[in-house]
Structures are given as structure tokens and as C-alpha cells.
Design a protein around this ligand. Sequence first.
Ligand code: DC
Length: 219
Amino acid sequence: MGFNIAIDGPAGAGKSTIAKKIAAKKGYIYVDTGAMYRAMALYLLRERVDPAQTGEIDKKCQDADITIAYENGEQVVYLNGENVNGYIRTEEVGNMASVSSPNLNVRKKLVELQQKLAADADVVMDGRDIGTCVLPDAQVKVYLTADSSVRAKRRYQELTQKGISCDLHTIEQDIIERDRQDMTRAVSPLKQAEDAVLLDSSHMTVDEVVDAVIALCEA
Ligand code: DC
């Protein structure tokens, strides 16, 4: 097993920003597991699978071959051989991912891939169940959170900077609903692992959070 850093937490807590910076500083590979669930969701949307039909998801997910590669230092997700990075960041795909990710067959397939990646390399992996299920033996586990109002404001700024008009209140409501779904599901719910360190980034800068995680790695 390589050196494994697990970062879990709710949507918008800054997991990917922090994980990418740590990976760059330590020369580790960044594994974005949410992107894998998003690629699966994209496949199910393209196949017009009804998310209410669990059996349909069970069957169809077997036909989705998801792999990842690293090109110019970026994680690229391939769905049946197609680079789908450009299609997985939409709200539609995010919502489908939230509904389809509790499916046991979906998880089995993607967790296997994640564990294989971490067995062979030093990784910083972010998601919802990394410290609790995927990498229970990770050397460093962080549960990164922030107030929902802070997370909504960050998301709002990110979208407006891209020229996308949006409503702060709606974004916060979406975040609260996404948290509820991820935390209350029966399978691998989002929760802090017993041995994870809680970091609340509400009043911390990105660099402060990065330094705190690096200090945990060196401790
Ligand atoms: O982090 P994200 O928004 O890209 O994740 C998309 C969805 O995938 C999110 O609703 C929760 C789910 N997910 C999961 O169930 N397990 C993970 N390890 C990562 C993401």
C-alpha cells in the first residue's frame, strides 16, 4: 500500500481544491472519486435509465466501463473509452450521481477501482466514504466541512466568476438537500470516520487547510 490520504466531507467544503494542492506539494496522485460516480450517472442519463428503477441501474451499470488516466497532471475519466471530463460537471449529472451512487452494484464496481489505485500508489483521495469504507487503513484521514452558508457563497462566487447567473438562496437549499441525501442513505453514508481529524474550513484560508493536512502527514 502506498501512503494514502483520505479526505471526506459534504459538497462544497473545498475537498478537491485542498486535495489537488496537497497532491501537488507531496507529489502524490489526486483521485477524485465523485468524478467516477458522475461518469456513471452520465452513462445512466444517456441510457435514459429511470432513477427510481433500482433493477435498471443494477443491470445498466454493468455495461459502463469506467477508467481513469492522468494527462498533463489532470485526472481524466473515461466512460467506455470516451473522455467525459467535459460532461460531468453539470447540475443534471450531479443530481443523477446523488441518486445513483447509493446503488450497491455501482459502488462495488467503483470502490474496487479506487482501492486498486490506492494499492499501487501514494494518493490523496476525496469523496464521501473514503475514510470509512474505501481506505479504512489510510495513514491520514480528514473530515473537511464548512457551514452550509459559507459553502453556498463559495459556489455562488465560482459560478458568477464563470459568468453563470445563479441565486444564492437556491444554491444553499441545493447544498442542504445534497447533504441530507448523502448523510441519510443506508449504504456508505457520509460520516466522519472515528479516526478522522475534523477540519472546519468556514473561517480558514485554503493555505491554512493545506498546511493543517500536511502537518497531519508529518506527525
Ligand atoms: O463530490 P461530487 O459532487 O463530485 O460527488 C457526486 C456524487 O457522488 C455525490 O452526490 C455523492 C456521490 N459520491 C459518493 O457517493 N461517494 C464518493 N466517494 C464520492 C461521491
